[in-house]
Design a protein around this ligand. Sequence first.
Ligand code: 5AD
Ligand code: FES
Length: 369
Amino acid sequence: MPSRPEPRSFCLDHAGVKAWLMDPDPEALQRLWSEADRIRQARVGEAVHLRGLVEISNHCLRHCLYCGLRAPSTGLERYRMEAGEILACAREAVRLGYGSVVLQGGEDPGLTRTFIAGVIRAIKQETPLAITLSLGERCDDDLLAWKEAGADRYLLRFETSDPQLYRRIHPDLPGIPSDRLAQLTRMRGMGYEIGTGVMVGIPGQTWDSLAFDILRFRDFDMDMIGMGPFLPSPRTPLGGHGSVAFLAPADQQVPNDELTTLKAVALTRLACPDANIPSTTALATLDRTQGRELALMRGANVVMPNVTPLHLRALYEIYPGKACLGESPAACQGCLEGRLHAIGRTVAKGPGGRKRALHEDAVSCDSNH
Ligand code: 5AD
Ligand code: FES
């Protein structure tokens, strides 16, 4: 009698990750969801960390093919927040009970070393918040000055581990080759907690390369890992019909859909059991009803509610139709708390840094469980 095939193992070599990513079988995926949720629960617990996101500038000198803030995006009103405005957002984050803020912006030389250092010092002087920066590729002198001023963490997605695809979608500045992994490694050496991530389903992304992305998170022992679906922006070369030319062959191209993003989140939890993994706004944008919750139930343990002043939010248009665009910070906080409780989770207290496990219970590639 033919025996039933063994269920797929959670061995996370390249072939294993790729097979899970490509698996369409709901029954098999149920096992993946359960395992990711189990590991999340065991390693980072039930409490969800809330990070207040402040979008401090939408100026950007880069020409990334996917991003609506790219320098050639004309017709987009540009802004840069004043120090006092940023500080007011940080105070709001404290009032709402958040333990950290993320200061995010385009790659904007107008955000000078001194300006950002001053903002960091002011926030640290007045609040107990942890500070995460997400300001793109910056020189070591800037990064060191900001660390010294009190910054705790830095987010810089490497976007894809495929060097050719990366160069195509993220053109170098003249004479300066972009090497985000090198910057991440240097930042770790400076004492930052480091965060990275990729978009799921960017045109040209193959199953192979997404599987390598996930292994890279593990190999670099990333502290924070953010993944969201690629959402086309009509302001960009990848936004319209022109993007078809960038697609990989149909059997290799990763779709920018919810299911694939959730698989990537779940596999990342298995590969990086004690990392902080957000349920991203891009996923909530794709599925407003339950995108946030599904990621939290399949590996994620962080949410980054927006605390940017409402009149600026629409201008920070990386992609159109962002979730929660018109919601005040207080409304988002209330909504989120309700959503978390509905899925049996709590709101974490405190800055919410990475807690490293004392020992690794690594998945063996010989086992089938
Ligand atoms: N769709 C989804 N995510 C995007 N990002 C940039 N453009 C898009 C888009 N069109 C992501 C990138 C970047 C982060 C700030 O937002 O991964 O690192
Ligand atoms: Fe922002 Fe629900 S999380 S309104």
